[in-house]
Design a protein around this ligand. Structure first.
Ligand SMILES: [Zn+2]
Length: 185
């Protein structure tokens, strides 16, 4: 991810944010996560791809954070800051796009505590969890096992069920087998 402030400056003012970001990236690196391969596979449906990428993001969050062992309040503080940072960067990127200037597109901004279907769907469509979810799940789970995958995919399916053609069990099975094929999970 990108940050507005240089990493070194952040390291001095708020090192735990940098520690979390590094732990997340190490979580990806350990498994060799790479979205290019799955993106190219036309036999995998769009929503299965999003579900698989969502799992890989949450694995990086859970496995990365478990080594940091931050208290849950500290993790929540870090995710709040990153949520606001993501919003700010999003707005900056929008201000350079003509349709936004002309008012054709809505400038979407959700609050950290907003657990509405609209907010979740907005992120799930990109294969991302909300920052609030990262805080909650890293507190609840220290290992990325079958139980956490099941829990995450239940939440995921509930939000996107109207847009997929398959029933819940079929969807979850397909995501889990594709995840293990492309992400060593
Ligand atoms: Zn990531």
């Amino acid at each position: 991810m990108k940050l507005s402030k240089p990493i070194l400056e952040l390291w001095e003012t708020d090192p735990n944010i940098v520690k979390f970001m590094l732990a997340h990236e190490i979580g990806h690196a350990i498994h060799g996560d790479n979205n290019k391969q799955i993106r190219k596979d036309n036999s995998v449906s769009k929503w299965v791809k999003n579900g698989v990428i969502f799992l890989s993001e949450m694995r990086a969050n859970i496995e990365g954070s478990s080594s940091l062992n931050f208290p849950s309040l500290e993790m929540d503080r870090i995710q709040r800051i990153l949520h606001n940072e993501n919003n700010r960067l999003f707005k900056e990127s929008l201000s350079t796009r003509l349709p936004i200037k002309l008012g054709w597109m809505k400038n979407i901004e959700y609050s950290y505590d907003d657990n509405s279907n609209e907010h979740l769907k907005y992120l799930f469509r990109r294969g991302y969890p909300t920052r609030k979810m990262i805080s909650v799940y890293t507190d609840k789970y220290k290992l990325f096992d079958a139980q956490v995958k099941n829990d995450l995919l239940d939440t995921f399916y509930e939000i996107i069920k109207e847009e997929v053609q398959t029933d819940k069990d079929t969807f979850k099975d397909e995501v889990i087998s594709t995840f293990s094929k492309y992400y060593n999970g």
